[in-house]
Ligand binder design. Structure first.
Ligand code: CAO
Length: 444
């Protein structure tokens, strides 16, 4: 007899007390290197413990129900070399057979070895011949929550059908995915009723949306989403999942700006001048200074815009719309105020045409009239940044010798990190704060 060697549980990501749920070989079976010996099942995943080398199983040290951790002894295997293995396989194929132990360059899932009656009559039954290829063992795949919960045979079945198990939720105990779940999923996809990864977050492999019978828990009422909500929701979702957002926060001291705004309001009663028009002017100045914020991504190019059209998020009873104020660099505060009043009234009366919502370079979402201290606005693609504005508040600010009451305006700038670096975003918001703190800078 050749040398008996140990097969032990490899690194399974630190998991302990992992139960053995299936024995994949029996004493006397010939196994190939990496062939599954037993199946372990944690609460997150199932995995096979592979044979570390080719040979004949002489002793099985585990039984179903045993609980193991890394290093547990699985089996004693009589190692056989490639020559012996070829001799076992040769009569089957009646031609020079490939060695059972896979060459170094072989794919992770070896081709099954066909076993004839003649071969099975040999002392070394090549058990892999009747089994599907083992699921490759990956310790990394053990711990993450995303690992689908399914038996090896279901995994093989899904793999044969090209089904990504991460897209399914299992109907069995503990969410385990059954063969029927895979079949039902395929039927749904064929019927066009299942969200595949392509239509479910752009290949994010998201879990299906939870289906809950809310009426089981109390009274409910169904309210269909408005058309605007459906359209804006789809856009927001796409932008949220496809743009790497970061939000930079800052505060602007608008004490002087507010005094000036109030003075303007007293002088010009026909039109209401709110802080928002000052923000539009300050944003235009910042876009001029930092042109990468006035841009859109187009493949490997950045399209830099030489115009300054600013989108304004308007809250309407039916949902959010973003009409665009054009050529803001050439308009004064009163003109912008009248346009803002007109365009937000049109938005609330549902009178905006599609052209009025196109061509924006950068958006501002102001919740300053409502409240809150900060928020993380979602970028309005294909723009690369959006400014969120919250309610100004008088705060004690240290002026070098004492605390003085100052009116501080919170700014929240979300930006596309593919285009804009954090340092640029910090500079952009610092500059905005500078301009709002001293409007004379608009003239520079
Ligand atoms: N801090 C303190 N007060 C502020 C302020 C701020 N940052 N911004 C506005 N205000 C005050 C205004 O001065 C006004 O006060 P008075 O009535 O005393 O003059 C009051 O709040 C209401 O302002 P407003 O909201 O009517 O006007 P606006 O120009 O600031 O905003 C518009 C116009 C259309 C942007 C706004 O009405 C709106 O719809 N905001 C919601 C946008 C939204 O939903 N964004 C979230 C989108 S999700 O990302």
């Amino acid at each position: 007899m050749a040398e008996l060697k140990e097969a032990r549980v490899p690194d399974i990501g630190g998991s302990k007390d992992v139960p053995v749920i299936e024995l994949l070989v029996k004493v006397g079976d010939a196994v190939k290197k990496d062939q599954g010996l037993v199946t372990l099942e944690s609460d997150k995943a199932t995995m096979e413990v592979p044979a570390p080398f080719a040979g004949i199983v002489r002793e099985l040290k585990l039984k179903v129900g045993d609980e193991v951790a890394e290093g547990a002894l699985v089996a004693m295997i009589e190692a056989i070399d490639a020559t012996t293995t070829a001799a076992v396989a040769a009569p089957v194929a009646e031609k020079p057979a490939a060695p059972i132990s896979a060459p170094a360059t072989a794919p992770a899932v070896p081709a099954p070895v066909v076993v004839s009656a003649a071969a099975s009559a040999t002392p070394a039954n090549v058990s892999s011949g009747t089994r599907s290829p083992p699921v490759a063992f990956a310790a990394d795949g053990l711990m993450p929550d995303k690992v689908p919960y399914a038996s090896p045979s279901v995994r093989v079945f899904a793999r044969e059908l090209g089904v990504d198990l991460a897209q399914l939720s299992g109907s069995e105990r503990g969410g385990r995915i059954s063969k029927e779940d895979v079949q039902n999923f395929v039927k749904k996809v064929i019927a066009g009723g299942a969200a595949t990864s392509a239509g479910n977050g752009g290949g994010l492999n998201l879990l299906p949306w939870p289906q809950v019978d809310f009426a089981k828990f109390g009274a409910i009422e169904l309210q269909p989403l408005s058309r605007i909500k459906k359209i804006s929701g789809a856009n927001l979702h796409r932008n949220w999942v496809s743009i790497p957002h970061v939000t930079q926060f800052n505060e602007a001291d608008i004490t002087e700006m507010e005094a000036f705004r109030k003075k303007l309001g007293e002088e010009q009663k026909d039109v209401k001048v709110t802080p928002l028009v000052f923000l539009i002017k300050a944003v235009v100045a910042a876009l001029k200074k930092y042109p990468q914020f006035n841009a859109s991504l187009d493949g490997d190019n950045l399209v830099l815009k030489k115009y300054f059209h600013i989108g304004i998020a308007v809250d309407t009873p039916d949902g959010l719309v973003v009409p665009v104020l054009r050529d803001c660099e050439s308009k004064g505060l009163f003109e912008l105020s009248s346009e803002l009043a007109a365009i937000s009234a049109r938005a609330r009366e549902k009178k905006l045409g599609p052209a009025e919502m196109q061509g924006g370079c950068f958006s501002i979402s102001s919740l300053g009239g409502i409240g809150g201290t900060a928020f993380t606005p979602i970028i309005n693609a294909p723009e690369v940044a959006i400014l969120g504005v919250s309610k100004s508040l008088t705060k004690p600010v240290w002026n070098g010798s004492e605390f003085a009451p100052r009116l501080m305006l919170p700014l929240s700038l979300s930006y596309d990190h593919r285009v804009i670096d954090g340092a640029a975003a910090a500079r952009f918001t610092a500059y905005l704060a500078q301009v709002l703190g001293d409007l004379r800078r608009l003239l520079v």
